[in-house]
Structure formats: structure tokens, C-alpha cells
Ligand binder design. Structure first.
Ligand code: BGC
Length: 448
């Protein structure tokens, strides 16, 4: 048995996102987002599910804040639905939208919970998508205008801001692989979008500094780890490419002002031509206050020509997997964090998402999600190893506070430490909730 004890100032938290929990899509003057359109197009989401009701957190936020308070978290990461603020993407601000977030934030603050706000967790106003979405540079300006309204309105209340959640998902998963909204399958477009997203991020950070907002701003990429099957150079290179596609492709421009050359070459070989306007790289290369890291899974892989975009294949090694089928690979969490330190130095890091899918149901009022507790133990131990290696970890926010609309998987995949009954909307705290609560209260746990 080993005691895993965290630094005294460790910030514990939980995360959610607007479309996944709010519901009330036709209330409060909200406009239509690409996820409304995408989920209502047959074939895109399992069971034809959509976020119309979700967890109904729009109406039940007070109950949800009480659940957070009892859990003992210091910080709650939520996202703002852009079409609640600008139903038409740009132009007139919807006061009711602002009011909803004021109410939520006031409730959090009254309960001593700090709000961490993600500006973009995927609800692009549909009207902007109709004009080309993130493929059109005008969306960059629309985003900065939306961010400006948010900064002015909530400065003083929100001290931590995240520009974009998971730029890899916004660009490649949604516009090349095509399983998320808007569902394009075009590598050229997706790669160009990744660049526009970074410009939008950089301009937003500039705006934040110009306005002298009291607080911190960062970005939250999703990360993964592929461990080479052998020390053959081809295996090492293939794994390195995949890791870099998520991490360095987005973070080198932010921290170093340039894309990794080997990835530019790789994309060029695939016929992708990246259009970079004069001044773009300087705009992207703005100092940020922290980086948010999302990590869920990894595995062992080896080179295989034409197998995947980046020429690798997963080596099947009888991994223990969560209910969504993702291998449990805590070693990768540790290695990703060490790689960030090697690349970018002592940048403060928040784990803005880490968690697992287990679909345990309520039995006699209880949810015995032992798999999730084990996942948390393994990943918090990996995190502790990273802290012991000098990685500058400031906080850990688990995904998710509650079960919610899991994008293309609809309501079939549950990531919450609180169970939600989608018929009655009743919340039930799972065993993992109580485990996490105890860990937060102690600031340590026993890894048996
Ligand atoms: C996203 C969440 C999602 C989670 C589990 C992350 O990619 O930010 O919105 O629910 O992973 O798939």
C-alpha cells in the first residue's frame, strides 16, 4: 500500500459542457448550434439522441451546485453556449443568455466554488456554419467579439478562462474524421480549420490582455499517448507523429510560434496546403497563463503503412478497457505530462478533463462503479508521479460531474461521478463520487 498525497494548494474540481448538460435549447432566446443540426440529422448520433433536454441543468443548476458543494470541489469548469449569447452568431447580444450564466456563476460563488469558463466547447452558432464555419476566417472575428462581451460582462466574477476545448476535435475529428458536428470529411479543410482556431485563440488572448481582465487565460488540448512497440525507428516515429498531431501541432505554435516541421512535411505529402497569412504566427504566439490538459486513453502501437492517416496500428495487448472501449493507459498520462514539461518548461497545468466511461446503473439507490474508482486511482497516481517529477500541476478536474450527452454516442455512454436518470432527471451520487469526495477532503488516498 502506498499513500498518494498531493501538494497542499492542489485545486480539485469537476467539469461539464453546455450542450452536454443544459438542455432548454429553445429557451432563454438561445439560437441554433451546429450540434442541434447535427444530432437531428439521422445517422449521426446513436439512437437519434440529442441535447434538447440533456440533464436539464439549465433549470436544475442550483441542485447541481449543491452536489458540487457536498463533493468539496474548489473549482467547476463549465462552458458557455455561444448561441445563448449571440443567437445569430454576431450582432445583437441576448441579455437572457447573459443572465443565465450570471445566475449560475453567482450560485457557484455563493457556495465558494470558483468558476472556470470554457468559451468554446463546440456549440458553434449554425448561422456561422452556414457561411463556412471555422473554415471561414470571419468566424475568427465573430469568436473574438463574443469573447469580448464575455470578458467585459463577467470580469471580476470569472478568474479563469479557456479559449478552446480540444482544438484537435474541433478540427480533425469534426471535419476530417467527420463523426462530430459539422461532420465534414476533408483533410485540407480540417487542417486549415486547425490554423484558424489557433488564430482565434491568439486574438482572444490579445483581447483579454488589451482589456486588462483580472484573471488567467489558457487553452485545453486533448492529448493521447502511443508507446512504441519496439525501438525500431519506424515505430518510434509513428507513435511520435500521432502524439504530436494532438499536442505539438497545436501547442508549438502557441509556445514557440511555429508548427512542427515534420508534421508540416507530413501534411504536405498528403497534398495539404496550409494557408498562413502574414502575422498569423505572431498572433498565435501569445503568452498564456496556464494550459488545460485533457487525457483519457493511450496504448502501444507500431508502424504500418497506410493503416491510419499517420501510418500506425494499435497493437492488441489485451488491454483493460472502459465501457466505451478505450484502453486504460495511465502510464501515458504520466508521459504526456513529462513531455509537456520537456517541451514548454514550467507552464502551470490544470488537468481540465480526465475520467472514464462505466455504464453502471442504480441498484437499490446505489451505483457501484468500481471500474471508475480504479481508473481514478490509477490516473491520480500517474499524476502524482508527474508532480514528483517536477511537472507544474495546479489542479485536477474530473470528467464529468454527471452523466451527460456523450456527443455521437448520445446517452449510451456514462462518464459522470453522478448518475443521471434521463427519464426522471434524478441525480444519484455514485460510489466514485464518495471516493472522490474523500480524496479531496484528505488530499490523499491509499493506492492498494
Ligand atoms: C470532451 C468531452 C467528452 C469527453 C468524453 C472530451 O473529448 O471534451 O466533451 O464528453 O471527452 O468523450
Amino acid at each position: 500500500m502506498t499513500i498518494i498525497e498531493f501538494p497542499k494548494d492542489m485545486k480539485w474540481g469537476a467539469a461539464t459542457a453546455s450542450y452536454q448538460i443544459e438542455g432548454a435549447v429553445n429557451e432563454g432566446g438561445r439560437g441554433v448550434s451546429i450540434w442541434d443540426t447535427f444530432s437531428k440529422t439521422p445517422g449521426n448520433v446513436v439512437n437519434g439522441d440529442n441535447g434538447d433536454v440533456a440533464c436539464d441543468s439549465y433549470h436544475r443548476y442550483k441542485e447541481d451546485v449543491q452536489i458540487m458543494k457536498e463533493l468539496g470541489i474548489k473549482v467547476y469548469r463549465f462552458s458557455v453556449a455561444w448561441p445563448r449569447i449571440f443567437p445569430n452568431g454576431t450582432g445583437e447580444v441576448n441579455k437572457e443568455g447573459l443572465e443565465y450564466y450570471h445566475n449560475l456563476i453567482d450560485e457557484l460563488l455563493a457556495n465558494d466554488i470558483e468558476p472556470m469558463c470554457t468559451l468554446y466547447h463546440w456549440d458553434l452558432p449554425q448561422i456561422l456554419q452556414d457561411k463556412g464555419g471555422w473554415g471561414n476566417r470571419e468566424t475568427i472575428d465573430a469568436f473574438v467579439a463574443y469573447a469580448e462581451v464575455m470578458f467585459k460582462e463577467f470580469s471580476g466574477k470569472i478568474k479563469q478562462w479557456i479559449t478552446l476545448n480540444e482544438p484537435w476535435c474541433i478540427s480533425f475529428l469534426s471535419n476530417y474524421i467527420g463523426v462530430h458536428a459539422p461532420g465534414n470529411k476533408d483533410l485540407q479543410l480540417a487542417t486549415q480549420i486547425s490554423h484558424h482556431l489557433l488564430v482565434a485563440h491568439g486574438k482572444t488572448v490579445q483581447k483579454f490582455r488589451d482589456l486588462n481582465v483580472d484573471g488567467e487565460i489558457g487553452i485545453a488540448p486533448n492529448t493521447t499517448w502511443l508507446e512504441p512497440y519496439s525501438n525500431r525507428q519506424q515505430d518510434i516515429d509513428a507513435c511520435n507523429r500521432e502524439i504530436a498531431w494532438y499536442l505539438e501541432w497545436f501547442m508549438d505554435p502557441v509556445f514557440k510560434g511555429s508548427y512542427p516541421q515534420f508534421m508540416l512535411d507530413w501534411f504536405a505529402n498528403k497534398g495539404v496546403h496550409l494557408e498562413i497569412e502574414d502575422g498569423d504566427m505572431e498572433v498565435i504566439h501569445q503568452p498564456i497563463d496556464f494550459i488545460g490538459i485533457n487525457y483519457y486513453t493511450g496504448h502501444v502501437a507500431r508502424y504500418k503503412e497506410n493503416e491510419s492517416l499517420l501510418d500506425w496500428e494499435l497493437v492488441e495487448l489485451n488491454y483493460e478497457r472502459t465501457d466505451i472501449g478505450w484502453p486504460i493507459f495511465p502510464e501515458g498520462f504520466y508521459k504526456v505530462l513529462c513531455r509537456i514539461k520537456d517541451n514548454y518548461g514550467d507552464v502551470p497545468i490544470y488537468i481540465t478533463e480526465n475520467g472514464s466511461c462505466y455504464n453502471n446503473e442504480v441498484e437499490n439507490g446505489r451505483v457501484k462503479d468500481v471500474g471508475r474508482i480504479s481508473y481514478l486511482e490509477q490516473h491520480l497516481t500517474a499524476l502524482h508521479r508527474a508532480i514528483s517529477s517536477g511537472v507544474n500541476i495546479k489542479g485536477y478536474l474530473t470528467w464529468s460531474l454527471m452523466d451527460n450527452f456523450e456527443w455521437a454516442e448520445g446517452y449510451t455512454m456514462r462518464f459522470g461521478i453522478v448518475h443521471v436518470n434521463y427519464r426522471t432527471l434524478e441525480r444519484t451520487k455514485k460510489d466514485s463520487y464518495y471516493w472522490f469526495k474523500q480524496t479531496i477532503a484528505n488530499n490523499w488516498f491509499e493506492n492498494k
